[in-house]
Design a protein around this ligand. Sequence first.
Ligand code: FAD
Ligand code: NAG
Ligand code: NAG
Ligand code: NAG
Ligand code: NAG
Length: 580
Amino acid sequence: MATVEVQGPIMQLLLLLILAQMSLTGSSPPPDPVACAHGTSNCTINNAYASFPDRRPCHAARAAYPRSEHELVAAVAAAVAAKRKVKVATRYSHSFTKLACPGGSDGAIISTRWLNRTVRVDAKNRLITVESGVLLRELIRAAASAGLSLPYTPYWFGLTVGGLLATGAHGSSMWGKGGAVHESVVALRIVTPAPASRGFAMVRELGTGHPDLDAAKVSLGVLGVVSQVTLALQPLFKRSISFLKRDDSDLAEQVASWGRLHEFGDITWLPEERKVIYRQDDRVDVSTPGNGLNDNLGFRPLSASDLVASRIQDENLQKNGSDAVLCSANRVAQAYLESRAFGYTNDGVNFTGYPVVGYQHRMQASGSCLETKDDGLKTVCYWDPRIRGTFIYNTGLSLPFSRAPAFVADLKRLRDRNPQAFCELGTSGVLMRYVKASTAYLGKPVDSVTVDIDYFRSRTPGTPRAHADVIDELEQMVLLKYGGVPHWGKNRNFVFNGAIAKYPRAGKFLEVKKRYDPEGTFSSEWSDQVLGIKGNANILDKGCAMEGLCVCSDDTHCAPEKGYHCRPGKVYAGARVCAR
Ligand SMILES: Cc1cc2nc3c(=O)[nH]c(=O)nc-3n(C[C@H](O)[C@H](O)[C@H](O)COP(=O)(O)OP(=O)(O)OC[C@H]3O[C@@H](n4cnc5c(N)ncnc54)[C@H](O)[C@@H]3O)c2cc1C
Ligand SMILES: *[C@@H]1O[C@H](CO)[C@@H](O)[C@H](O)[C@H]1NC(C)=O
Ligand SMILES: *[C@@H]1O[C@H](CO)[C@@H](O)[C@H](O)[C@H]1NC(C)=O
Ligand SMILES: *[C@@H]1O[C@H](CO)[C@@H](O)[C@H](O)[C@H]1NC(C)=O
Ligand SMILES: *[C@@H]1O[C@H](CO)[C@@H](O)[C@H](O)[C@H]1NC(C)=O
C-alpha cells in the first residue's frame, strides 16, 4: 500500500471529520501478531489485520523471542531437534496471506521483535548492517544520522527489513536497479537447519557476490531465519516532489515514459474521475532550499470512533448499492487530500505549495500512527483490528513494463462500460509503480509496472461486494492476459495459483531451498502451495470466488442463491467472475 493508495474505502464520508479530530497526543501502537495462552506456549499467529484470506488464524506450539544471533541459533536448533516446523513472525506481520504460519499446528514461531538493533554503519564504504527485525523507520534514521540513505523503499515505514525483503517489497523507480529494496542488499547472514552432528542449526554468511544471495534476498521466509542484512547506501540527498493532476486521455503513453523521466515517479489513476495524479519526484542538489516532510494522512493516528462510524457508512453503501453517493463522497475526500498535499508539508508544519523539497529520509516513507504513546485505543492506525473500522483487501500485482500501455487501454474500456464501478477503489484508485527486472530468483522476472488497489472486504464470509465482478476482471486481466505476477506479501489466494511458473529461475531457488532446508522445517502448507511444491493456493469450495479463494468455474463457486453466477469478463473474455 502506498501514499494515496491506502486511503481507499476508509476515507469516504467521514474523512473530513476524522482528520479534524485527529489526535496529536498519541496513538495506540498496533497489537503483537503472536499471542500465547501460557507464557510462550500454545500460541496463535495472525496478520496485522487479524484476518488471513481464509479468515482462520494459525496455531503454533511455541514462540521464541531471541535477542541475539546466538539465541536465534539456539531457537532454530531446538525446533529442528524437536522436528517442529518453523516460521518467522515480525513486529507487526503485515503480509496478507499465511506466509507467517508454521506448517501443521504444533510448529514454532521465532519472533524478530527483539532482533532490532543497528549493528554497524560504515560511512566510508556507505554500508549499513542491521538485524532483520529492524523497522524500515529505524534503518532510515540510522542511515541519515551518518549522512546516508537507502534510495528506494516502500512508503510505509512500519515494515521490518526481514519481512520486506522476504516479500520483495519496493518503492518506485525505473532508474538504476529499480524500485525494490532487495537490489540494495550486498550481504546477509541466515540461520538454517543443520545435521545433528553440527548442532541442528548453523549460520550461513552470504558475503558480497555469493551466488546464494539471489535466493536469500527474496526468500518468502522458507530458507531459514535471516539474522542480519547489509545494505548499500548513497550519500543523503534531497528530493523535489509535486503531484500533478491531469486528465487520463494520454495515460497509456504516459505510463511508458513517466518512470524514465522521474527517478521516483509513480502514477495514481482515478478511473471514475478520468484523472491521473502524477508523482513528479526527482533527486535535487542538497543545496536546494526546503525542509519538507512526508506525514501521509492515511498513516497518521486516526480517531477510532470515526473509523467505526465511517465503516458503518461503507457497509450501508455496499448494501444499498448507491454508486452516486459513494462517487461523490470520493470526490469530496479526494479534493481534501489534494488540498493537504496528501500529508506532505514544506517545512514539517504547513503545506504552502509545490514543489515540496526535503531530505530523502524525511520524504521517502512515513507512519506516524506507530508512535507508541498508548491512548487506550482512542486513535490507531486505520487498519487496527481491535476496533470495527476499516477492513479491506489489498491487491498488489505487476505486469511487464512493455505491456503496461495495452493494459491501460483495456482497463479504460472496462471503465467506460461503467465508470462508477471504480468508485469501489476509493481515493486510492489504481496506483502504478516501477520495479526493474531482478537477479533475485523470486524478484521481478522482467522490468515491471506494479498495480495496487484497495477495496472493501466484508466481515461476513460470502457477502457480495458491489461491483466485485469489475475488480475481479481487472485482477484476472493483469494476471492472465498480461502475464502478471503477485506481490508476495499482498493479495487473495487465487492470485498465487500458477504464479511460480512465471519465474524462470524458480528451479534455482528450490535447489537452494533443498540444500539449506532439506527436511522442510521452514515449509508450510501455504508456502508449498505458492512454490508449487505441493497442492495449489486455490481453496475450491462453495462460494470460494466470492472470497477470492478461487476463480469460479461454475455457479456454485459464486452465490447463485443471491443471484451471483459465474460469467465471462466484459472486456477480457478469458476472465471468470461472479456477476449478477
Ligand atoms: C500500510 C502498508 C503499506 C505498505 N506499503 C508497501 C509499499 O509501499 N511497497 C511494498 O512493496 N509493500 C508495501 N506493503 C506490503 C509489505 O511490503 C509486505 O506486507 C511486507 O512483507 C510486510 O513486512 P513485515 O515486516 O510486516 O513482514 P511479515 O509480513 O511479518 O513477514 C513476511 C514474510 O517474511 C518472513 N520473514 C520476516 N522476517 C524474516 C526473517 N528475518 N528471516 C526469514 N523470514 C522472515 C515471514 O515469515 C513471512 O513469511 C505495505 C503494507 C502495509 C500494511
Ligand atoms: C490452548 O489455548 C486455548 C485457549 O487459547 C485452549 O482452549 C486450549 O485448551 C489450549 N491448549 C493446550 C494444549 O493447552
Ligand atoms: C526494540 O524493540 C523493543 C520491543 O519492541 C523496544 O522496546 C526497543 O526500544 C527496540 N529497540 C530499538 C533499538 O529500536
Ligand atoms: C442505506 O441503508 C441503511 C439501512 O438500510 C440506511 O440507514 C442508509 O441511510 C442507507 N444509505 C443510503 C446512502 O441510502
Ligand atoms: C503555519 O500556518 C499557520 C496558519 O495556517 C501559521 O499560524 C503558522 O505560523 C505557520 N507555521 C509555520 C512554521 O510557518
